[in-house]
Design a protein around this ligand. Structure first.
Ligand SMILES: CC(C)(COP(=O)(O)OP(=O)(O)OC[C@H]1O[C@@H](n2cnc3c(N)ncnc32)[C@H](O)[C@@H]1OP(=O)(O)O)[C@@H](O)C(=O)NCCC(=O)NCCS
Length: 194
C-alpha cells in the first residue's frame, strides 16, 4: 500500500486533507506565472474553490487506488505548502506509472523536486511493484528536464502536441526509468539480503 506519509532527508510528503486547502491555494497563487507556463490547470483566476476541489478529487482518487498526490512540507514550517508530488498508474498490465510535480516559485532551485521525486521512485518500485516510471516534460522546460537527467531517466522521444497549455498544443518529451536501472544506484530496502 502506498504510504500516506513519506519522509526524505529534508521534507515530509503526506496525503492532502481538508485543512490543506488554504495553504495549497496560497502556494499556487504565489506561483502562477511559472506554473501556468507548463501546467494546464494553472491560470491567473485560480481560487480557493479550485484548491478545495483538487483536495476532494485527490482523496477520491487515493481511495480508489488511481492516483496518489502528496503535499510537500518542511517539518520546521509545516503550515506552508512547498509544492505537489504525485504518482499514478498508467497501465496496471504493463506495471507502469507516471510522476508529476511542481514547487512554489520562491523555493525553486533548492533540490526539492529532485529529492521528493527520488522518494516517489522508491515507492513506485518497492511498494507499488512497478516496472517503469515515466515523466512527460514540456519541450523547453529546462528545470524539469534537469530533474529527469539528475535522476538518471532515459530520454525516449517526443510526444507531439501532448497537452493544451494556455490555448497552445505543446510537445512533450517522454522520459522513462526502469526498476533495474534505478536499483543499480539505489538498492531496494525491501529486497532480501544476499
Ligand atoms: C520544474 C520544477 C518542479 C523544479 O523544481 P525545483 O525544486 O526547483 O527542482 P530542483 O531544484 O530539484 O532541480 C531544478 C534544476 O533545474 C535548474 N533550473 C532551474 N531553473 C532553470 C531554468 N530556468 N533553466 C535551466 N535550468 C534551471 C536548477 O539549477 C536545477 O539544476 P541543478 O541542480 O543542476 O542546478 C519547478 O521549477 C516548477 O514547479 N516549475 C513549474 C511547474 C513545472 O514545470 N512542473 C513540472 C512539469 S513536468
Amino acid at each position: 500500500m502506498v504510504p500516506a506519509r513519506i519522509t526524505t532527508d529534508r521534507f515530509v510528503l503526506r496525503r492532502f486533507n481538508r485543512r490543506d486547502v488554504d495553504s495549497l491555494a496560497e502556494a499556487v497563487r504565489a506561483s502562477i506565472p511559472e506554473l501556468s507556463r507548463w501546467l494546464p490547470w494553472a491560470h491567473p483566476g485560480y481560487r480557493r474553490e479550485d484548491a478545495a476541489s483538487f483536495v476532494r478529487e485527490s482523496n477520491q482518487a487515493w481511495r480508489e487506488g488511481r492516483a496518489y498526490d502528496f503535499t510537500i512540507r518542511d517539518p520546521r514550517d509545516p503550515g506552508r505548502h512547498l509544492g505537489n508530488a504525485s504518482i499514478w498508474h498508467t497501465s496496471r498490465i504493463a506495471r507502469s506509472g507516471e510522476i508529476g510535480y511542481w514547487v512554489r516559485s520562491d523555493e525553486t532551485s533548492r533540490g526539492i523536486a529532485t529529492e521528493v521525486t527520488a522518494a516517489l521512485i522508491d515507492v513506485a518500485f518497492d511498494t507499488m511493484g512497478l516496472h517503469k516510471v515515466v515523466l512527460r516534460i514540456a519541450v523547453g522546460n529546462r528545470a524539469s528536464e534537469r530533474i529527469a537527467e539528475k535522476l538518471g531517466f532515459h530520454r525516449d522521444g517526443v510526444l507531439r502536441e501532448e497537452l493544451l497549455i494556455g490555448g497552445r498544443w505543446v510537445d512533450h518529451t517522454l522520459y522513462s526509468l526502469l526498476a533495474h536501472e534505478w536499483r543499480v544506484v539505489h538498492p531496494s530496502t525491501t529486497d532480501p539480503v544476499g
